[in-house]
Structure formats: C-alpha cells, structure tokens
Write a protein that binds this ligand. Structure first.
Ligand SMILES: [Zn+2]
Length: 248
C-alpha cells in the first residue's frame, strides 16, 4: 500500500511487556491508527497510559481545493481526539506543523523532545524513516523526528532550556517497517478498535481510505487482512508488525 513490501527478519520477537506509558508519533491525523492502532488499544485496555503526538495539522488532507483550511484543521483535530478515545488513549498532543511541509530540523525536534520528556514513555512508536520507495516526505521526516527526538530527550545537555529531566525510553517500535523483526499479537477486539478509530477520520474516507458510496466494507476487510497477515508471521490470528530498536 505504502512503499515497497517489507522483508521479514529470520528472528521475529513478539509482545513487549505492557508499558506503563507509551508515546506514538505520527505525521498526520490517522497515521498512528494505521500503523499501531490495535497495539495501542491492547495496551490501553491493559492499563498503559497512551499518548499520541500528531506532528502536522492535516491541512492537505482533501481532494477539494476550495475546502477552508482552518475548518479542515479543526475537523481533523476533532476526528483525531475521537479516534484516540476509541483506542482508549489518555491524551493527544498536536505539534500543528503545516501538512506537507514537515521538516526534521531542530525546532520540531525540540518539540518532540519536550513531549518525550514530559510524558516519559517506556515505548515510543513512529514511522520507519527508512521505508524504501515511500515518497511522502512527511512520513520520512516524522520517522526521523521520533528517533532524533529520543536521542535529544535521553541526553541531558540537549535543549536544557526546557527545564525537564532527561528521559530514555526502553524501546522504539517503527510501524509500516521496511524490515519486520517484531510482531505485537492482538485480539480481534483490538483490530475492531483500530478500524473503529480509523473510521473516526470521516474527512479521510474519500481521499485516504477510498470509501465511496458503497460504505466501508472493502476498507474494513483490507484492514483485517493486514492484521491477519502480521499475526500469521507468528501463527497468531491477528497482529501488527514493527521494526524494533532496543538500543536507545
Ligand atoms: Zn500520513
């Protein structure tokens, strides 16, 4: 769907211990749900405090060039909060960068660092910035920002003006990975929560989810199939696949 098919590492690990706190970082409203919605629903239900950081304002997310930009941004934030609630997430943080113009420079890195230091997650989830043949620049920059934000957050001499204690997460999980080496096994109810959260992004039904007049059946089936394929890597009914970075 997005970029080249992932290769699967010979050794695939599964199921981290449920973190006390997790932070998922996405380029646009809906990216986090596509990449890790079922995993976040599973962790929330098990008591994890889940935070979402959405980096851009989603203001390019329409095929209608006359759509009022401020209205679209407000709609997408509302949809993102609704989606987060459907996953059981605790809070959504918005960095409100302009959609399509995300830059993995120092200013946004500081913002990511600040969010990591203030939410203190054991696990950070984000885009794989090295996914081959993916052409949307925001996804690449968002992936770099998540990882470079971890480096800044863990080292106390970065962004000392923030007056926040340094924080080193234990693990990063990269979603829609170029190389799969980790699967989170999920139950059907977590797949349902992921799809339910995706469908909260009603403004994206046409342009992203290709849901036309016939309704969401094909989209729902494709989402289920993706979770079935990930689970099958470990002989489980459903899962989500990641690249795991354990040395942070
Ligand atoms: Zn996106």
């Amino acid at each position: 769907m997005k970029g080249s098919p992932a290769t699967v590492n010979a050794v695939v690990t599964s199921d981290l211990a449920v973190p006390r706190r997790a932070l998922a970082i996405g380029a646009h409203p809906d990216d986090i749900e596509f990449g890790s919605g079922a995993t976040l629903a599973k962790w929330s239900a098990a008591g994890c405090e889940v935070h979402l950081l959405v980096l851009t304002d989603g203001s390019k997310g329409t095929w209608d060039p006359s759509h009022d930009r401020a209205d679209l941004v407000a709609t997408r934030e509302r949809e993102q909060r609704d989606a987060a609630a459907r996953l059981g997430a605790a809070e959504v943080h918005f960095a409100r960068q302009i959609d399509g113009e995300l830059d993995s420079g120092l200013a946004v890195r500081a913002e990511v660092c600040r969010t990591i230091r203030s939410t203190r997650p054991e696990v950070v989830l984000g885009h794989d910035p090295w996914k081959r043949y993916r052409i949307h620049p925001d996804h690449r920059h968002a992936g770099l920002l998540a990882l470079e934000g971890i480096v800044a957050a863990r080292d106390p001499l970065f962004f000392t003006d923030q007056l926040l204690a340094a924080h080193r997460p234990d693990v990063a999980l990269l979603f829609e990975p170029d190389e799969i080496d980790h699967v989170e096994v999920v139950a059907e109810r977590h797949v349902v929560a992921r799809i339910d959260a995706l469908l909260a992004h009603v403004s994206q039904w046409e342009s992203t989810m290709h849901i036309a007049g016939a309704g969401p059946d094909d989209f729902v089936a494709a989402q289920r199939a993706e979770c079935v394929a990930a689970g099958a890597l470990l002989g489980a009914p459903f899962g989500e696949s990641f690249k795991r970075i354990a040395e942070l």
